[in-house]
Every structure is written in structure tokens, then in C-alpha cells.
Write a new protein. Sequence first.
Length: 70
Amino acid sequence: MDKVEDLIAEMEAVFLAPFVDEDRAAKIVADLYQYLSANDLDLTTAQNERLDNLQSEFRSGAGLFKSDLH
């Protein structure tokens, strides 16, 4: 698995967790796009589909954030 795949897998784990850690989620998204930019890379069609699916699953979920616990 390459770095982009690793970051997407980490995003899936964070965004689909029962409680989303907003700081960690924001950092992973920033890390992915920073890595893509620094290496002049584009997402593949399959990677874009994974992110689209992740977004759909996240939006249809409970939407609970770690900060909601306080």
C-alpha cells in the first residue's frame, strides 16, 4: 500500500469511528492533500470513489464528535 492509500485508510478509520476526533480528522485530511500537492500527484478514480463513499457514509451516520462528549 502506498502513502496515499495509507492516508485514505486512516481517514476511513477516523471518520467512521463511533466518535470522530475533529482534530485528528482535520490533520489527516490536511496531510493527504499536502502530500498530494508536495508530490504533484492526483487521486486515482478508485481513490476518489473511496473518498466519495467515505463522505456519504459519514454524512449518513450519527455524526457524533468527540467534542460532543464534553
